[in-house]
Structure formats: C-alpha cells, structure tokens
Write a protein of this length. Structure first.
Lengths: 129, 292
C-alpha cells in the first residue's frame, strides 16, 4: 500500500523536473530571420560608407553576427537570436550615425561657404568705399 | 523487501524533489529590473524632452520607447535582461541620430536662405554703390562746369581791365606805357593831376594781388648817358613811391632807370624823342596765366 504512492510521487517528481528542464533549455530552430535581418542591416550600413563614418559600430555588428553564427553551430539558438538582433541594431546605429555625420559635414560646408561669401562681400565693400 | 524497497523509494523521492527544486532555483530566482534599464529610461526621457529632436524621428523614438519598456520588465534571467538593455540603448541612439539628421536637414533650409539673403544684400549694395558713383560723377561734372564758368568770368574781367587801362599783353607781362606828361622837363616829381592813370593801376593791383610790378624809366638821348640814367631812375622811383603811398606793398614793386636805352622811336625828331621819354610799368603774369 505504501509503495504505490511512493512510486507515484517519485514519478511525478521526475516528470516535473523533466518539464522544468525542457522549459528552461528549449532548443528552437536556427533564427534565420534575425540572422538575415542582421546581414541586410550590415550590407546597408556598408553601402552608406559606415566603414568611414561609424567604423566602431559597424565592426561591433560584424563581431556579433559571427558570434550569432558560432552560437547556431553550437545549437545555442536563443543566444544566436540575441546576438543576431544585437548585430542588427549595431548595424542600424552605424547607418544612422553615418547619415548624421554626413548631414553635419554638409551643414558645416554650407556655413563655411556662407561665411566666406560674407567676408568676400565685406572686403569688396571695403574696397568700394 | 517492501520495507527496503519503500526505503529506496523514499530516497528517490527526496532526490527527485531536490533535483526539481535545484532546477527551479536555477531557472527562477527572484525577478529584478535588469541593470542599466534605469539609465536607458533616463536617456530616452532626455531625447523625448529635447524640443529640437523629440518630434523629428517619431517612429524611431516609439521603437526605442517600446524597447526600454521591455528592458524595464523585472527579469529573473540576467542574460535576457542584459540583452534587452543593450537593444534598448542602441535603439535610443538610433532614434537620436535620426532626429539629429532631420534637424540638420531642416537647418539647411535656413542656411540656403541665409546665402540667398547675403547675395541679395550684396547686389543691393553694389547697385547702391553704382548709384552713388554716378551721383558723385554728376556732382564732379557740375563742379567742373561751375569752375569753368568762374574761370571764364575771371578771364572776361581781366580782359575788361586790360582794355580799360590800355595794357599791352607781352611776353614780359602786361605793359602800361606812361608818356612824359607825368613829369616836367628834367624833373622827377609827379605832376599833380597826372596820377589819374596811376590810380586806375592801383585799383588793378588791388584786384590782382598776386601780380608784381616793375617800373622802368626811359629818357631820350638828349644829355649825358649818366644824367639820363640817373633821371630815369629817379622818375621810376617816383612812380614806385606813389604806388607805395597808395597802399601797394613794397615787396611787389621794383624800379629801374634804363636811361636812353631801348628807344621806341628815333631821337632825331621831336615826336620821336617825346615817345622815348616814358615810364613803362610791367605787370607780371601770375604763376598760372589767366589769359591763354
């Protein structure tokens, strides 16, 4: 009479621990969409000359993409997806920073040329008067 | 057996329970807000409160806000929390860069407008300067015309004076010849009543103060050369003295006795000798001749 509840209890306990194990260490398929998005973001950043204007962020994006690939190889798919998403935001930041730096350069050039124009006019006025 | 097996089962239960609790413990510690989430929230708030940036990248800022909210969720798995904070931080930076870019693009319109204003200003000033130059040229021409008119009037006035005084225009200057009526024979003092012509000369010299005067006395050939030179000198001095007495500055006046030199007619006739007895008054031309 005593053995059956004991067996049940032990079975239940094993089943419970199994469930918990599977909840904790899921093994989903490779995060293909996240990896593709990261690669696309890196390509976009490279095309916008991020290598010149945001080299640090672009390098970070490439590093995390290769970390994501390594994690896939080791079947650590959750980790792989996180690395892929991080890589993508790094690349997107590289693109955004590049656009900002370029816009700043254009404005600075315009400010400089406006300043030169004003100086030139003032010099001409000085000659004329 | 039963007791033994039940004892073994009891151990198994304990081990299973311990395993389960260990697994549970590993999986679910007390959930806390991931470290760095508060910093991310503060950074997002700064971006949202920046009046130049908050409205300029609404989609990216909303994306960042969602990421921050996710990162703030109490998290038992530190790695997941760290990951979410990392993503949130990057998304805030992306939103900020996009807003800054848009802000710079908006400023560009103002820079273009500034450039156009500067150019327009310059053209306006150039036009003003051209106007001023034209006006100045007009003024110069008017002044030149006025000067020319003044010079013409002066020349006409001088001409009138020359005619009135019966002056001869020569290389040496304007020459006034006074006949021997000024003096009695062999005398050097001026006859009273003979000075009317000299008074006109005084007027003329007062009118043209930059002209100097040389008074030259001449005689005929009657008498000795020495006597004639002395007489002509005294007569010239007499005229010079008269001019001084009328207020002409001595520095403008010189006198010379030429004796019987430079006759203007023959000394063999009475009329010729009369012409030779004379005083010539040479009025210098001014440095810049008015008559040309």
């Amino acid at each position: 009479m005593k053995t059956i509840p004991s067996l049940l209890t032990s079975l239940l306990a094993i089943a419970a621990s199994g469930t918990l194990l599977s909840a904790c260490a899921s093994d989903p398929p490779a995060p293909t969409a996240a990896l593709d998005a990261a690669r696309l973001a890196i390509t976009t950043a490279e095309r916008s000359e991020a290598g010149r204007y945001a080299a640090g962020d672009l390098a970070e994006a490439r590093t995390r993409l290769s970390m994501a690939d390594s994690a896939v190889a080791q079947k650590q798919m959750v980790q792989a997806e996180r690395f892929a998403n991080e890589s993508r935001t790094d690349a997107e930041l590289a693109s955004a920073t590049t656009a900002q730096t370029k816009a700043q350069a254009v404005n600075a050039e315009m400010q400089h040329s406006n300043g030169t124009l004003i100086e030139e006019i003032q010099r001409n006025d000085g000659v004329a008067q | 057996m039963n007791v033994t097996s039940s004892g073994t089962t009891g151990y198994k239960v304990l081990i299973a329970a311990a395993m389960a609790s260990a697994l549970l413990g590993a999986c679910a510690v007390a959930p806390v807000e991931p470290s760095g989430a508060a910093e991310a929230r503060a950074k997002l708030t700064r971006l949202q409160e920046n009046p130049n940036l908050s409205g300029r990248a609404p989609a990216a800022i909303a994306d960042a806000a969602a990421a921050v909210q996710l990162a703030e969720q109490p998290q038992a798995d530190p790695a997941l929390g760290e990951y979410r904070v990392y993503i949130a931080e990057r998304k805030i930076d992306i939103a900020s860069a996009q807003a800054q870019t848009r802000f710079l693009e908006d400023q560009r319109a103002a820079l273009v407008a500034q450039r156009q204003n500067v150019r327009l200003d310059a053209r306006t000033r150039e036009a003003d300067a051209a106007h001023a130059e034209a006006a100045a040229a007009h003024e110069d021409a008017a002044v030149a015309n006025a000067n020319a008119a003044v010079l013409a009037a002066q020349a006409a006035e001088l001409q009138r004076q020359i005619q009135m005084l019966d002056l001869r225009v020569t290389q040496r200057g304007l020459v006034l010849t006074l006949g021997d009526v000024l003096f009695a024979t062999a005398r050097a003092d001026l006859r009273s009543g003979g000075t009317a012509h000299l008074d006109k000369l005084v007027d003329f010299l007062n009118r043209y103060p930059d002209r100097t005067v040389r008074v030259e006395g001449y005689t005929d050939s009657v008498g000795s050369v020495a006597y004639n030179e002395d007489l002509s000198q005294r007569r010239a001095d007499s005229v010079r003295g008269y001019l001084r007495s009328q207020g002409i500055d001595a520095g403008r006046l010189t006198a010379a006795g030429m004796g019987e030199n430079d006759p203007v007619a023959g000394n063999d006739t009475a009329s010729g000798r009369q012409q030779n007895r004379r005083v010539e008054i040479i009025i210098s031309n001014p440095a810049v001749a008015a008559l040309q």
